[in-house]
Each structure stands twice: as C-alpha cells, then as structure tokens.
Write a new protein. Sequence first.
Length: 118
Amino acid sequence: MKTIRYAFWAIVALILILVGLANRGPVTVRAMPEAMSELLGISPDISVPLFIVIFAGVLAGLMIGFLWEWVREHRMRVEARAKSREADALRREVDQLRGAAAGAKSDDDVLALLEKTG
C-alpha cells in the first residue's frame, strides 16, 4: 500500500514539475483594471511566472474549501462534544450504581440467590 501511495505522489510531483516547466513565462498580475489604476494614480501589479499564479490559485482554492468545510462541520463537532460529555456522565453513573449494588450485597448466599430470582 505504501508503494502505491509513493507512486501516486511521485506522479503528482512529476505533473507539477511539468506544468511548472511548461508555464514559466512571465505574466503581469494586476490587482485592478488599468482604467481604474490610471484614475487613482496607483498601479498595484506584479510580474511573476505563470506557474506561480496557477499554483497560488489552486492553493487558495484548497484553503477556502478547507475553511468552508471546517465552518460547516462546527455544529457537528459541538454535538459530538455534548454527546461525549453525556456518555461520560452516564458511564460514571453506571459505575456508581454498580458500586452501590456491590455494597448492598448480603453476606448470606441463600438470600442473595433469592434476591436474584425475585
């Protein structure tokens, strides 16, 4: 199984390297349209290789997805925590009742058998 996992990640790494090599030409990334930047007098743009833009977009999408899922599952985590606390309380109560039942056990075996059947 480890071999399959390593082979999968090796293929993914090879694909990422090939995408990076194929898209290493510089592109200009602008934060706002040219008309607006001329109007405001600022031009927030940067020139980077295309593969960095691609990988940054994929990474940003993954982070947004992970955050969205974490927020969506918040209610489930709260419910699980409450159920866990309730189960612990019930477990303690059962242990306490078992201890009380063991302490109430009579010393006479005949009476203990009668209490069991009755």
